[in-house]
Design a protein around this ligand. Sequence first.
Ligand code: KIV
Length: 277
Amino acid sequence: MSNKQITVTDIMDKKKTKIPITMLTAYDYPTALLVDKAGIDIILVGDSLAMVVLGYQDTVSISIEEMLHHIKAVTRVAKNSFVIGDMPFGSYNISVKDAVANAVRFMKEGRVSGVKLEGGQEMALTIEAIVKAGIPVQGHIGLTPQTIAALGGFKVQGKSAEAAKKLIQDAKALENAGCFSIVLEAIPAEISKKITESISIPTIGIGAGADCDGQVLVLHDMIGLFDRFTPKFVKRYASISKTISDAIKEYKKDVENKKFPQAQHSFSISDEELKKL
Ligand code: KIV
């Protein structure tokens, strides 16, 4: 594969040519390397890392510094994928000025290709300002985990006609504000289809049906490396927890039974030097 980094234009063109956009999370060097080498279009350094890597109960507590620490590990290695840094709760909701300053930090210190933030019409002015600063913005509507307390829990969104209408208006507002794509999370498939058909920028679904312009999953969910819960919309492609756990148990047994290390894992000194001791 060539080392040409995917651009906003490449991503937006995929909607026109109807080529599905692929997006996965990665939070560190080894996972970013694998995702990048597999040719995935977009790597999201999602704030889901708060839960699946750092062990927080939700995504609310993670800080800009913690996000940047992981973003830097990913951008050091990603050569092809477009890398998006997820702006954490509180980094864009206090004032437009703060939001632009924090997005700029993600670009300058994190070297991301763009940022993502959650919210609909109420975020339009903030998004406009970040886009004006020259930073590509991906929107995120539907189930927005950072405001889970206000949504009343991890629930499918847009199930009434009124709620669905609001989601369609939110998507239009994000398009008008200058977003280059929008994540649709946990939305009925019929509503995602309507949104996808009503805007000119790509939609990327997670639990939003097959008619979005692309799909995203949390890597740790799809490879079976997060133990707390697996949402209905996740397809499990591997059981990595079991593979790691089996390897650890085997290592423990080998050490306790003196089967590891063996000669090939050890270093030696010549007999001549040994005799001089
Ligand atoms: O943080 C994250 O991983 C996300 C995805 C669920 C889209 O926002």
